[in-house]
Design a protein around this ligand. Structure first.
Ligand SMILES: [Zn+2]
Length: 254
């Protein structure tokens, strides 16, 4: 059993074949899907997915940093309303993204901090999105760190030192397609990170692993990432699947 800890199953890119795509994943042994939120536009689609796949789809709720715009306070209120109302398995994806646009960097950092505080209050894990913003993300984590805070550094693409720092804040590293890229860099040092800190993710429809790089990603392709971790860690396919699924259970509580 393999767990995809970060997949956007509700993406428009799956509108034509979503059911078949989920079945392909299950046939490949990928049977648990954790779904990060982006903003209020997707909430209804997420709730429908959960209803249709009660034992395999697990929802997160949160405001993605690239959706932090003029109306971010309204969007945060939407997140708060939902986490007060029903069970979600994490707050995410949250964090900072200074790759495309720095206009709202202050608000991004504030929204990140606010959502971390909610996670601590509710003892929920977080799912962190960090792009071109390690210093800013670590600044928040350093001031908010606590035994009550845990989660996943989604699509981890930093250095060994940044990996160790993330782990020091009770974060696991979300590893996906990038680990299979020729120039992905993280495959060079992952063997120095204990596998107990690793969870698997696709970030589908983005970041398809080799040999599908550049195409639409889907959860079934997680098997290619498992193959890569077999090489890196010298463990069997079965062991990688079991350990990373157990790690996902340790984070999400399910
Ligand atoms: Zn994502």
């Amino acid at each position: 059993m393999i767990t995809d800890t970060h997949t956007h199953l509700y993406s428009e890119q799956f509108n034509e074949d979503r059911k078949a795509m989920i079945q392909r994943a299950k046939d490949a042994g990928v049977t648990r899907f954790f779904i990060p939120a982006i903003d209020s536009n997707y909430t209804d689609k997420m709730l429908t997915l959960e209803k249709e796949n009660p034992n395999s789809v697990f929802l997160m709720m949160g405001l993605h940093p690239t959706s932090v715009k003029e109306n971010y306070l309204e969007e945060l209120a939407h997140v708060k309303k939902w986490i007060d109302k029903k069970q979600f398995y994490a707050i995410g994806e949250i964090g900072m993204d200074l790759y495309w646009d720095k206009t709202f960097s202050t608000q991004q950092q504030e929204a990140f901090r606010t959502q971390i505080q909610w996670a601590k209050e509710k003892k929920m894990p977080i799912n962190i999105h960090c792009r071109n913003a390690f210093d800013e993300v670590f600044e928040v984590l350093e001031s908010e760190k606590s035994d009550d805070l845990r989660g996943i550094f989604h699509c981890f693409t930093g250095t060994l030192e940044q990996a160790q720092q993330a782990i020091s804040y009770n974060m696991k590293l979300g590893i996906g397609g990038v680990a299979t890229f020729k120039n992905g860099k993280i495959d060079k040092f992952l063997n120095q990170i204990d596998i107990k800190h690793i969870v698997l993710e696709t970030d589908a429809p983005y970041l398809a692993p080799t040999p599908f790089r550049g195409k639409r990603n889907e959860s079934a392709y997680l098997t290619n990432v498992v193959d890569k971790l077999v090489d890196i860690y010298g463990l069997s396919y079965q062991e990688i699947a079991e350990i990373t699924t157990q790690n996902s259970k340790d984070v999400f509580g399910i």
